[in-house]
Design a protein around this ligand. Structure first.
Ligand SMILES: [Zn+2]
Length: 245
């Protein structure tokens, strides 16, 4: 519920309304969030014409928020002065695709095709094995994005970010300001690098910088001494997950 994380929400939703949104939207957050947003709308005479559904997240333990056909979203606890959580958006493994010649070559049944699509081998009578590694194209590695803002260093985030494709982690301070970081329960750039390294992520993006840093190079360098593949979160920039061209 800290201001820098929620003040934009009533306005963002009001902008969607002005742009003609009719589709319902699901919001996940702490219990106080709904009354906060609705109070702002009430006091400012803002009318929202699409359904806004608030879901309360229990930030004390990991939880599954949403599971769709191709992806799922989970929340995990972070460590701050008030209840906070991070989020993981993860692709679910896709199907294996049959090579064009496979179906005719093995005279596959409907059941066998489904087995191969799941990546399972078919063991036929007489010892014939149909191996998906040979007659199918493997699904692309599932990608994931993990978001952790407003947190001190904690193993809970390492657990939440395990093997992520891209981890966004706050780096409010540098090691030189470690005492302020500890007091305010924020992370240093070095802490963020350590989480990335220990969680074995592919790439780290740091952000949520204190406005004392007019130039951000020092934060980037500090994180990179711990975890090389780090970049700065620049406002307005688009980052592709798992595609670094
Ligand atoms: Zn914050």
């Amino acid at each position: 519920m800290h201001a820098d994380h929620v003040m934009g929400l009533p306005g963002l939703l009001a902008s969607m309304n002005l742009l003609g949104r009719k589709t319902p939207i699901e919001i996940f957050g702490p219990e106080e969030l709904e009354s906060f947003v609705r109070t702002i709308w009430h006091k400012t005479g803002t009318h929202i014409d699409f359904p806004v559904i608030f879901n309360v997240v229990d930030s004390s333990k990991p939880s599954l928020l949403l599971e769709m056909k191709s992806y799922k979203i989970e929340a995990f606890p972070t460590k701050h002065r008030i209840p906070t959580c991070g989020f993981k958006i993860e692709e679910l493994k896709g199907n294996w695709n049959l090579k064009p010649e496979t179906k005719a070559l093995f005279n596959l049944s409907y059941h066998e095709i489904n087995q191969l699509k799941k990546g399972e081998s078919i063991n036929r009578r007489g010892g014939v094995v149909v191996d998906p590694n040979k007659c199918c194209i493997a699904p692309v590695k599932s990608r994931s994005y993990v978001f952790a803002a407003d947190t001190a260093f904690t193993p809970k985030v390492i657990d939440g970010a395990l093997n992520a494709t891209l981890l966004y982690h706050e780096a409010t301070f540098m090691e030189a300001e470690k005492s302020i970081a500890t007091k305010t329960m924020h992370s240093t750039a070095s802490d963020a690098g350590r989480v990335a390294r220990e969680a074995n992520v592919e790439r780290l993006m740091i952000g949520h910088f204190s406005n004392r840093y007019k130039v951000l190079d020092g934060l980037l360098e500090e994180a990179r001494t711990v975890f090389e593949n780090t970049l700065l979160a620049n406002e307005g920039e688009t980052i592709s997950i798992g595609n670094y061209d």
